[in-house]
Design a protein around this ligand. Structure first.
Ligand code: SF4
Length: 117
């Protein structure tokens, strides 16, 4: 309130300087409120992006940077929403429904699973 007069800032550094706001939340705010191209890395995005070969990283900031290189900028905001839905309905962490998946040809996990038989 003191610094921004009750207006939520859109700048990533200003957002993450606010108490309780991490990078993930800051990017959600930037993308969904301010429509600023931003990549949100949550547990689904991390797991599935690694399976699809978009990144080999574990660190969310590095994953975000890798995704910004491989995804078209106009897909950055939607990617998170799409992957969350995909991660909840098809590519669940414990028991992914690979038999229903349309991404098998791109998935390293699936290829490994097929090799093992
Ligand atoms: S093939 Fe299986 S593990 Fe790979 S993305 Fe699809 S559901 Fe997930």
């Amino acid at each position: 309130m003191e610094k921004y007069g009750g207006e939520v800032p859109s700048d990533i550094d200003e957002l993450t300087a606010l108490q309780g706001v991490g990078r993930k939340t800051a990017n959600v705010i930037r993308g969904n409120i301010f429509h600023e191209p931003s990549v949100v890395v949550d547990t689904h995005v991390k797991r599935i992006s690694r399976k699809l070969g978009f990144t080999k990283e574990e660190d969310p900031v590095k994953i975000e940077q890798d995704l910004m290189k491989v995804l078209p900028k106009d897909h950055w905001i939607l990617y998170n929403i799409q992957i969350i839905t995909f991660g909840r309905q098809i590519c669940m962490a414990r028991n992914p429904k690979c038999q229903e998946c349309f991404l098998t040809e791109y998935c390293s996990y699936y290829k490994e699973k097929m090799k093992r038989g």
